[in-house]
Design a protein around this ligand. Sequence first.
Ligand code: HEM
Ligand code: HEM
Length: 204
Amino acid sequence: MSSIANGSLLTSRQRYGAVTQLFHWLTVLLVATAYILSPGGSEARVYAAAADGARQLHETVGMVLLALVLLRIVWRLFEPTPDAAPMAVWMKLAAKAAHWALYALLLAIPATAIAGAWLEAHPLSLLGIGDMAPMLVENHALGANVADIHTILGNAIIWLAGVHAAAALFHHYVVRDNTLRSMLPDWLARRANSEPYGERPAAC
Ligand code: HEM
Ligand code: HEM
């Protein structure tokens, strides 16, 4: 119970701080929004005047996400992570690998989007800010390949985040440790803690 006492802005040895939690859950929201708004189809269709609004919204959400991830990484450099709940070494390594891969995807997805668009000689269009003209020399074939990689990585992060979320739920409902609660806001962690943990039904 002491592990979820007094929600704090900063990460402790038991729990992620409120700032990191805010970064985490805003990231989840923005990744999901960018994915739902992702423009599909041929290049001609993606950049058709009729699709402008939807594509620009996707690009804007993606760039807000990139800014958030960069801030998150700077914040992460100055803050320790909570102690991991006791678990098998392979599980700890798998969780670490998944976190690194998620960070790598969060950087590679916007990088491939920007490079792909610019190599294809399209500006980036950010709502409320305007166009950012290409800063790379046009190479259309390469740009199309890089845009394809963006699509693959955009799908990959959804799969990996799904496995990562399933692992968090497994810890909560099956292993019954503090992993998920450590990333939940104080009020929610308290509610989750009121469940009858540790009291499994007696074997028949
Ligand atoms: C985590 C953030 C993002 C996710 C999950 C994501 C996901 C995707 C996916 C899945 C597609 C392909 C849709 C389809 O073909 O069905 C796509 C296309 C696209 N995305 Fe993103 N995206 C993200 C961030 C960005 C950013 C930051 C930008 C630009 C600044 C961007 C620009 C584009 C463009 C221009 C396309 C069309 C590519 C083409 O086929 O030419 N995306 N995105
Ligand atoms: C797009 C979706 C997601 C992304 C990109 C993401 C990313 C991350 C990253 C990078 C970390 C490591 C934080 C650090 O130590 O620096 C993390 C931790 C965590 N995430 Fe997510 N996450 C996503 C969705 C979710 C969901 C849906 C859940 C819950 C169901 C969740 C639960 C957790 C928990 C409990 C931790 C702490 C794990 C630990 O300390 O071992 N995440 N997440």
